[in-house]
Design a protein around this ligand. Structure first.
Ligand code: ADP
Ligand code: MG
Length: 398
C-alpha cells in the first residue's frame, strides 16, 4: 500500500458542529442551460459534507461563485438553479437567499432550524469578493459561527469567500477538499511505476505540472495538441497542425530533462490527420514523419494508442489530464477512447483531471472505474505544481 499521508488540516469530523451555523464554501460553478443545471457533478461532489453537517445538527449555509459576473448582478449567473438541483438531490427544501450578505441573507439564515440547508446568491455578484475585501468577508462570516471550505476548485483563489472569512471564524476543511488533497498528494509521493498522460490543446497550461511531476515519473505520455509542439521541437514537419511556437523552448527543455532523469517519454508515432479543422474533414492515418503539408494532426493514431496502452498497463499510479485528440468530434475521438479504456483497466491508483477529459470518460461510461476524478481544474493543476493553495493554507492545522 502507498504510505498514506495524513491530511494536515482540521476537517468537519474534527470539530463539534451540533447547534452551530456553518458557512460552507462550495464550488457550484456549474454549466447552466437557461434555468437548469446542465452538469451536476460538482453539486453531487459536495453532498458528503452537506450530509455530514446536516445529520450532525448544524445549520448549513452554502455559498459559491458561478461564472464570471465581474462584480455585477447577471441574471443568467444566479446560483438559484444550483439550489434547485440540490433540493432534488436532498429531497427536501433548500432555502435560497437572493443576496449573499445583508438583511435578506440574515433572514434566510435565521429561519433555518438545525439540520436545514440554505444557499446564498453568487458571491461574485459583489466586486468585494475577488478583492478579498475585509468588510465583505466579515459580513459573510457574521452569518455563521464556523467556516467550512469544501470548494476545492476555488481554493487557489484568495477571495473573500475562500480565504477572507477564515480571519473571522474557526475554519476547517470539508470532506471533498480533504479527498481531493489526499488523492493529489498520492501523485506527489506516488507508488511506482508512475505514468502521466498529458493531452489537450495547450503546452502552456500543463508544462509546469509536468516539470514538477517529472522527478517522480517513470513514463510521460504526450498526445493531443500538446504533442504537436513536442514533435515540432524534435524537428518533425507538422503541416498546418496547431503548434505553439512560443512553447518550443519549453518543450525542448522538458525533452532534455526527461532524458537526463531517465524518464521514458512516449510521443505519438502515428496520427490521424484532417484536411480541415472541421468535424466533417477528410481523415487519414499517417506516420508522424509523413504529415502532408496542408493537413492537421487531430488525434493520435492506432499504433500510438497501442503503445500508450502498453505503457499504462503495468503501472501502480496513473495521472491523466487532457484528451489525446479533438475528442468532441467522433472522427478524432479514438485516441482518447483508447487511452480512457487503458486508464480504466489499470490496477493502479488512477487520477483523472480536466473538464474535457472527464467529459470523454463520461461519454464512454468509464467514470466509475477511475480511482479519483478531480473536480479541481486549475486548483488541481496548481496543487500538482507544488504551490500552496490559499484556501487550504487558511484552515486550522490539526
Ligand atoms: P482538459 O479540459 O481535459 O484539461 P484541455 O482543455 O486542456 O483538456 O484540452 C481540450 C481541448 O484540446 C479540446 O478542445 C480539444 O479539441 C483540444 N485538442 C486536443 N487535441 C488537439 C489537436 N490535435 N489539435 C487541436 N486541438 C486539440
Ligand atoms: Mg478543458
Amino acid at each position: 500500500m502507498a504510505a498514506t499521508t495524513r491530511f494536515p488540516k482540521k476537517t468537519v469530523r474534527d470539530v463539534s458542529v451540533a447547534g452551530r451555523t456553518a458557512l460552507v464554501r462550495v464550488d457550484f460553478n456549474v454549466p447552466l442551460h437557461g434555468q437548469r443545471v446542465a452538469d451536476d457533478t460538482r453539486i453531487r461532489a459536495a453532498l458528503p459534507t452537506i450530509h455530514h453537517l446536516s445529520e450532525s445538527g448544524a445549520r448549513v449555509v452554502l455559498c459559491s461563485h458561478l461564472g464570471r459576473p465581474k462584480g455585477k448582478r447577471v441574471s443568467g449567473m444566479s446560483c438559484r438553479p444550483t439550489a434547485a438541483a440540490l433540493e432534488e438531490m436532498l429531497r427536501r427544501p433548500v432555502a435560497f437567499s437572493p443576496d449573499a450578505v445583508g438583511p435578506r441573507a440574515r433572514r434566510t439564515v435565521d429561519a433555518l432550524i438545525a439540520g436545514e440547508v440554505a444557499m446564498l446568491e453568487n458571491t461574485r455578484f459583489y466586486p468585494e469578493e475577488e478583492r478579498n475585501d475585509p468588510v465583505f468577508a466579515r459580513a459573510l462570516a457574521s452569518l455563521a459561527d464556523l467556516f467550512v471550505n469544501d470548494g476545492f476548485g476555488a481554493a487557489h483563489r484568495s477571495h473573500a469567500s475562500t480565504v477572507g472569512v477564515a480571519a473571522y471564524l474557526p475554519a476547517v476543511a470539508g470532506l471533498l477538499l480533504e479527498r481531493e488533497v489526499e488523492a493529489l498528494t498520492r501523485l506527489l509521493r506516488p507508488e511506482r511505476p508512475f505514468v502521466a498522460i498529458a493531452g489537450g490543446a495547450k503546452v502552456s497550461d500543463k508544462i509546469d505540472v509536468l516539470s514538477h511531476l517529472l522527478p517522480q515519473l517513470d513514463r510521460l505520455l504526450i498526445g493531443g495538441g500538446m504533442a504537436n509542439t513536442f514533435l515540432a521541437a524534435l524537428g518533425f514537419d507538422m503541416g498546418r497542425s496547431v503548434v505553439e511556437r512560443d512553447q518550443l523552448p519549453a518543450a525542448e527543455h522538458l525533452i532534455a530533462e526527461a532524458k537526463e532523469r531517465a524518464v521514458e517519454l512516449v510521443l505519438p508515432v502515428d496520427v490521424v490527420v484532417g484536411n480541415f479543422y472541421l468535424e466533417q474533414a477528410d481523415t487519414r492515418v499517417v506516420q508522424v514523419d509523413q504529415i502532408p503539408a496542408d493537413w492537421l494532426a487531430m488525434d493520435i493514431g492506432p499504433l500510438s494508442v497501442e503503445r500508450f496502452t502498453d505503457a499504462i498497463a503495468d503501472t501502480r499510479t496513473v495521472f491523466w489530464n487532457g484528451p489525446l485528440g479533438v475528442a468532441e468530434w467522433a472522427a478524432f475521438a479514438n485516441g482518447t477512447s483508447g487511452v480512457a479504456k487503458a486508464v480504466a483497466a489499470s490496477q493502479g491508483f488512477t487520477v483523472v483531471g480536466g473538464g474535457d477529459s472527464i467529459a470523454a470518460l463520461k461519454r464512454l461510461g468509464l467514470d466509475d472505474r477511475i480511482g479519483h476524478i478531480s473536480t479541481g481544474g486549475g486548483a488541481a493543476l496548481e496543487f500538482l505544481e507544488g504551490k500552496v493553495l490559499p484556501g487550504i493554507a487558511c484552515l486550522e492545522d490539526r
